[in-house]
Design a binder for this molecule. Sequence first.
Ligand SMILES: N[C@@H](CCC(=O)N[C@@H](CS)C(=O)NCC(=O)O)C(=O)O
Length: 298
Amino acid sequence: MPGGDHADGRPIADMATWRVSRLQHRGSFAPGGSRFHRRQSCLSKCWRAMRDGIAVILDYKTTPSLHQQEQAEKRRDERSIQMAPIKLYGMALSANVVRVAAVLNEKGLDFEIVDVDLRTGAHKHPDFIALNPFGQIPALQDGDEVLYESRAINRHIATKYKTQGPDLVPTPSAKLETWLEVESHHFYPAVSPLVFQLLIKPMLGGAPDAAVVDKHAADLAKVLDVYEAHLAKGNKYLAGDAYTLADANHLSYMFMLTKTSKAELVASRPHVKAWWDDISARPAWLKTVASVPLPPGA
Ligand SMILES: N[C@@H](CCC(=O)N[C@@H](CS)C(=O)NCC(=O)O)C(=O)O
């Protein structure tokens, strides 16, 4: 039966089935029969109801066909699959975990973060090693699938839920593949030690190592010069005109970088800054970032 659910969550078609089967059990209706025979006039229905001592007036016109019952069953199954929560294992402060949360939110997927606290060594516990044998966060459980490596997880989400929300992996594109690799092999190795030294270490009570900061700030400056030149050539996003996974994979570390004393590496490059201003204004990112527990003032 088309459309809608009852307040208790049962599809309307199911409710009709339920009503009919109750009456069948009470002997009001002969089970089975053609659609014609099952279509009852109001008078006939009242008469039969009174005969059986049932003081109800039926409010349906037809009973659902077998096909409709099967469709209702299928919808119920689909709904229970969709409701199975996606679990993201990690900490909301980890940039690698936030990288995945950003893509889950972009796709509008419901998920729960299962806390794996690095400070207590939870990532080396056998229960977590069973999810990621490398003992690192994040790991993702999506139905029967368990994945690790944040970029592989993001590719999985972007591919499996391709038609949900924006398509983050549009037509196979060499540019997209290139900039996914650039993030992983050029941007990340330069930015992650900087963020660790300038943001994470102080939160854990340590002091930044100036030599490490200087080296990686210089490395990152060279990398971002390449981004600046690429974006200046009319590329609104890294893979061209559309926002893709290549942009999304940058969000977490770009965000953390802009919260450090090296934020000028972004601000001083007009095309990089315009790109960052654009991607960081996306509603899915604003939702993601609201859960990142940075220290006050960062
Ligand atoms: N390549 C991995 C890196 C994961 C990673 O380095 N996670 C860090 C936290 S951000 C971690 O678990 N560190 C603890 C450890 O390596 O023991 C990914 O992208 O998922």
